[in-house]
Design a binder for this molecule. Structure first.
Ligand SMILES: Nc1nc2c(ncn2[C@@H]2O[C@H](COP(=O)(O)OP(=O)(O)OP(=O)(O)O)[C@@H](O)[C@H]2O)c(=O)[nH]1
Ligand SMILES: [Mg+2]
Ligand SMILES: [Zn+2]
Length: 223
């Protein structure tokens, strides 16, 4: 006797099933959700607090924070008066779609225009775990070296946008070597359509373009 196997249905991993559920949720609510991915310390939380402050009165932002341990980043987001939910992964080096689904239930979705997910600081495997987000945003800071798009291609190939952060450091002669044009060219080799924003979350330089892109992305989705 042979067992009948349904080969017509793609067998999804548990994570993909949850990711699909989240993405349906975002589509139903016409909600933009951006999954922010970078190495530890490139400036994700600082970028988020600055973005929330810059867009106050224009766009309502909520944040899902992923960290291995502590709720320090969530406290920083809440200090701006934006709602934030912390996920502590207890050792895991990336967020899962199921964890995001649980956090979503705790956010005041109807009141929000844009949800950011700050993934665990890690440039590698968060790129492989779909969360059901509408887009990924890669962050690279100038202190990490301009070879990162070439050496860690997965996230730069998938991201809708890339922020090159800490450009204020480039103004101090002899401090860091980072060729912005090289990083841009390497990212574009992987991803022709990637939007690139050189910024400083410290000084606010470059935030006008980044924030304009966010406002446009929200309104395109709502049309
Ligand atoms: N000079 C400079 N420092 C920055 C900038 N943005 C962030 N920093 C500093 O970089 C350090 C790390 O910033 P975070 O925002 O905590 O980085 P993160 O990516 O959220 O870190 P994890 O959540 O641990 O992965 C802090 O000391 C920030 O003050 C910037 O544009 N310029
Ligand atoms: Mg952080
Ligand atoms: Zn991982």
């Amino acid at each position: 006797m042979y067992k009948k196997i349904d080969v017509g249905r793609k067998i999804l991993s548990a994570n993909e099933e949850y990711a699909l559920k989240n993405s349906r949720f975002f589509a139903e609510h016409k909600q933009l959700c951006l999954n922010m991915i970078s190495s530890p310390g490139s400036g994700k939380t600082t970028i988020l607090t600055k973005t929330i402050t810059e867009l106050k009165g224009k766009i309502k932002i909520g944040v899902i924070e992923g960290d291995i341990q502590t709720d320090l980043d969530t406290q920083r987001i809440r200090a701006t008066n934006a709602p934030a939910i912390q996920i502590e992964t207890q050792g895991a080096c990336h967020l899962s779609a199921a964890q995001v689904g649980t956090a979503l239930e705790k956010l005041p979705i109807e009141k929000l225009d844009l949800i950011f997910i700050e993934n665990v600081g890690n440039l590698v495997c968060p790129a492989a775990f779909e969360l059901g987000e509408t887009g990924k945003v890669a962050v690279l800071s100038v202190a990490e070296g301009d070879d990162k798009p070439a050496k860690y291609p997965a996230i730069f190939a998938k991201a809708k946008a890339m922020l090159i952060n800490k450009i204020d450091l480039l103004k101090v002669p002899g401090l860091v070597d980072f060729d912005i044009e090289k990083a841009k060219a390497d990212a574009r080799k992987l991803n022709r359509d990637i939007k690139i924003f050189p910024v400083s979350a410290k000084t606010g330089e470059g935030f006008a373009d980044w924030c304009r892109w966010l406002v446009e992305s929200v309104s395109n989705l709502r049309q």
